[in-house]
Design a protein around this ligand. Structure first.
Ligand SMILES: CC(C)(COP(=O)(O)OP(=O)(O)OC[C@H]1O[C@@H](n2cnc3c(N)ncnc32)[C@H](O)[C@@H]1OP(=O)(O)O)[C@@H](O)C(=O)NCCC(=O)NCCS
Length: 88
């Protein structure tokens, strides 16, 4: 699976790129990302990765010298999601 978030103008963000362990190194991840990138010609595409640098480099991505981020509260401790699932 792979998702690309974009508001359709100039910025997009690639998230949740994942190939089943049993099917890795067969070009599946690359094909998913390439198909998504075709949808956002002309846009800046950002991503965050801890350990898939070689994969993204093979697709033409390069490190961004300065990137800022923050976690709101504790990471993956989302009271809103918990409340939504409790009340749905
Ligand atoms: C990263 C991931 C999506 C790659 O998917 P994939 O389908 O195996 O990728 P591809 O077969 O298209 O790989 C394309 C190229 O990327 C590079 N690459 C992919 N996995 C790599 C690895 N583990 N180590 C080094 N290079 C790797 C190689 O250059 C590869 O080409 P090659 O196989 O001809 O050498 C997959 O390993 C995965 O799901 N990992 C766990 C989730 C994850 O880390 N996602 C990224 C979060 S940001």
């Amino acid at each position: 699976m792979a998702r690309l978030l974009s508001y359709g103008v100039c910025n997009a963000f690639l998230v949740d790129v994942w190939t089943a362990s049993s099917h890795r190194r067969r070009g599946i991840g690359s094909e998913l990302v390439k198909r998504l990138l075709e949808q956002v010609a002309g846009q800046y595409v950002g991503l965050q990765t801890d350990d898939a640098q070689q994969f993204y480099a093979s697709l033409g991505f390069r490190p961004q010298p300065e990137s800022w981020s923050r976690v709101v509260g504790r990471w993956v401790d989302n009271d809103t999601a918990t409340a939504a699932s409790t009340h749905s």
